[in-house]
Design a protein around this ligand. Structure first.
Ligand SMILES: NC(=O)c1ccc[n+]([C@@H]2O[C@H](COP(=O)([O-])OP(=O)(O)OC[C@H]3O[C@@H](n4cnc5c(N)ncnc54)[C@H](OP(=O)(O)O)[C@@H]3O)[C@@H](O)[C@H]2O)c1
Length: 324
């Protein structure tokens, strides 16, 4: 198959990051961009050297030259945007959080299966190469049986109103809580035995500060995240014989392995570009090989994380306006 032609749906913050990364990778073909307004599409096309600019998402979905579309709209739109694209026969890589709930996510994977197209959540953490080393260390029993996982992630932003907007399915949980939950699942597996949580809701009815506790067998994960407080971004996994410390756990290039009674060992895997390149390469590989899902980040795993977030929102009475 010749080079895949990518389309980009939206011209926002992470769409720009994607376009810049794809350019820096050197071998990715950015064919088209779509915005809800033509000026934004043109400006984006000019900035990233993309020849075809569409003034609607529908026009991109029906651009017969486009093979695969990167969806980078707010959470509230992902489901409808993916349905439009998959219905038009496009392969899709969609930003996290994949949808607003597990039912929608399962429906999207079923639809993609039916239409014979590839779909994957752009959960970039999962594709970071350092995690393959960390998984091997855990599988070999080097830190013993896992007993505890921790993750901490908080930031402040001038875009707080947009980030908390309930009509866009905003709030800390779907924005960054998903990283902490995804990390816990990577360490413990995706089916938890128990889910506990405390979300502090803001005036918008979405969550600002979250404490989440998950249990799998004999291990507990304690996850804390916030929009409105800067914290170190930090993850760790603790076993009966040692632990692994993972600064910047959402996109790590280095970590430290501590085995009890031994000197610490540095683990490193520098990025080729900025860490986003690995999910892009995975999507390209899967489509070229005719796969409908990635086995690094499967549909089942995406749905499992959405199910955990559904349960956390249920426990805290957090509903989006369009769900009422
Ligand atoms: N992987 C990561 O590290 C990472 C980082 C940040 C965000 N994300 C994810 O990427 C997605 C987009 O986040 P973002 O920070 O890029 O958002 P953003 O800067 O607000 O951009 C979102 C874009 O979506 C389009 N859009 C369509 N309907 C909209 C509406 N009703 N309100 C606002 N925008 C609308 C707009 O593009 P047009 O005007 O061109 O149509 C807008 O520029 C989210 O799922 C987020 O969680 C991922």
């Amino acid at each position: 198959m010749s080079k895949l032609k990518w389309g980009i749906l939206s011209t926002g913050t992470i769409a720009k990051n994607f376009a810049q990364t794809a350019r820096d990778m050197g071998d990715i073909s950015l064919h088209a961009v779509a915005s809800r307004n033509v000026e934004a599409a043109d400006a984006f096309g000019d900035a990233y050297g993309i020849a075809v600019r569409h003034a609607s998402y529908e026009a991109l979905a029906h651009d017969k030259d486009v093979d695969i579309v990167y969806v980078a709209t707010p959470h509230s739109r992902h489901y409808e945007d993916m349905k439009l694209l998959i219905g038009a026969g496009k392969h899709v890589m969609c930003e996290k959080s994949f949808t607003t709930d597990a039912r929608q996510a399962a429906e999207i994977f079923a639809l993609a299966q039916e239409k014979g197209v590839f779909v994957m959540e752009a959960f970039w953490t999962k594709f970071i190469p350092l995690y393959r080393q960390i998984e091997r260390i855990i599988a070999e029993g080097i830190i013993g049986e896992i007993r505890m996982v921790t993750a901490l992630y908080g930031y402040t932003t001038g875009r707080q109103a947009r980030k908390f907007d309930a009509t866009l399915a905003g709030g800390t949980l779907l924005d960054i809580g998903v990283y902490t939950i995804g990390f816990a699942c990577m360490m413990l597996g995706y089916q938890m035995d128990a889910i506990g949580s405390m979300l502090l809701l803001n005036g918008e009815g979405t969550d600002a500060t979250d404490a989440i506790t998950l249990r799998k067998g004999n291990a507990v994960a304690q996850l804390t995240c916030a929009i409105g407080a800067n914290t170190p971004v930090h993850g760790a996994v603790y076993g009966t014989k040692g632990h692994i410390d993972i600064p910047d756990f959402k996109n790590p290039q280095c970590a430290t392995l501590y085995v009890d009674g031994q000197a610490p060992v540095s683990l490193e895997h520098p990025f080729e570009v900025n860490g986003f390149e690995y999910e892009i390469r995975e999507a390209e590989r899967c489509v070229q090989e005719g796969r409908l899902q990635s086995d690094v980040m499967t549909g089942e795993q995406t749905v499992a994380v959405m199910r955990i977030m559904d349960e956390i929102r249920r426990q805290n009475g957090m509903h989006f306006p369009f769900e009422r």
